[in-house]
Design a protein around this ligand. Structure first.
Ligand code: PDD
Length: 288
């Protein structure tokens, strides 16, 4: 594979030359936040949503925004150009920076670390839309501030592996009997009488950028929406189910805990919403 050019603290360097300190708090404490933004046809999708959520995550953790929004957007464009990225994603991470290991936050003089890199991935023509996803339910063992997009991803990674060990694609995590979200996506069901249900925003889930747009497009398409927690039993009885994220857009769910959803194939409404989502977000996508 061709070597990527990545961004580290003000410089664009070959990926094998990119270095972050062993004292970085992102490494020692997972004291860092991130964003993942989709790129199609070399254009950036949902920029505004991602940059606003990044600002919020940083604010919730009393971290500094390392550079201006415009500079950050320019780095995204530079990375697309330097890596001739047509379709895939841009990963961005901000850590509180490098300091001697200590549980207190370091003082103001410590500069945040900023890293960005690209990853090639087929998004619009993904197989997920054709075959759908099989999920299992697992207890949600994450921390209590899932609204902040931190890099503490070991619990969801373990949940994903529980699914993989059973030859499934992903896990829906359960708290107090209700589904919170997928390991790296928001979860939805569509009832037999055509109501779209997804968990309401709170500290329990990440406010997905894709979720916000889907709700808007669903409303415009006259689909009734309920933002509330739902159970696995409700999900198993649903006509359709799907997940959303910047990298799957809408991924139909065709099986939950070995039980088929609907006819076991990607649902019509889910695929329709997926198409609307891709078309609409491409219309608003940013290019250099
Ligand atoms: N994950 N919930 C969780 C726990 C997530 O990690 C994500 C995104 C989402 C969906 O958010 P958005 O629509 O803004 O991508 C919901 C990214 C894609 C990741 O970790 O790779």
């Amino acid at each position: 594979m061709k070597k990527r050019v990545v961004y580290v603290n003000g410089s664009f360097v070959d990926e094998d030359k990119a270095k972050v300190s062993v004292f970085d708090r992102g490494f020692l404490f997972a004291d860092a936040v991130y964003e993942v933004t989709a790129v199609i046809d070399g254009k950036i999708l949902e920029w505004d949503g991602h940059v606003k959520r990044l600002e919020r995550s940083l604010k919730e953790l009393d971290m500094k925004f390392p550079i201006s929004e415009n500079e950050l957007l320019d780095i995204h464009f530079d990375l697309i150009k330097k890596n001739t990225l047509k379709e895939g994603l841009i990963y961005l991470q901000v850590t509180r920076g490098e300091d001697d290991r200590s549980f207190d936050y370091p003082d103001e003089s410590v500069k945040p670390t900023l890293v960005l890199f690209t990853q090639v991935k087929s998004l619009a023509e993904s197989n997920i839309a054709k075959t759908g996803l099989k999920v299992i339910s697992v207890p949600d063992m994450r921390w209590g501030r899932r609204d902040i997009k931190t890099v503490q991803l070991l619990a969801p990674s373990m949940c994903k592996m529980m699914a993989k060990k059973k030859n499934k694609d992903d896990a829906w995590m359960i708290q107090d009997g209700f589904i919170t979200e997928g390991t790296s996506n928001n979860a939805y069901i569509i009832t037999k009488d055509n109501v779209l249900i997804t968990r309401n925003l709170s500290n329990d889930i990440l406010a997905g950028v894709t979720r916000r747009s889907i709700i808007r497009y669903a409303k415009e398409a006259q689909i009734k929406i309920e933002e509330r927690p739902f159970t696995i039993d409700e999900a198993k009885k649903a006509a359709e189910a799907f997940v959303s994220s910047a990298t799957t857009f809408i991924g139909p769910v065709v099986e939950i805990d070995n039980q088929k959803i609907g006819n076991g194939r990607p649902g019509k409404q889910s695929l329709r919403l997926r198409e609307i989502y891709i078309n609409e977000s491409m219309k608003n996508a940013l290019h250099a």
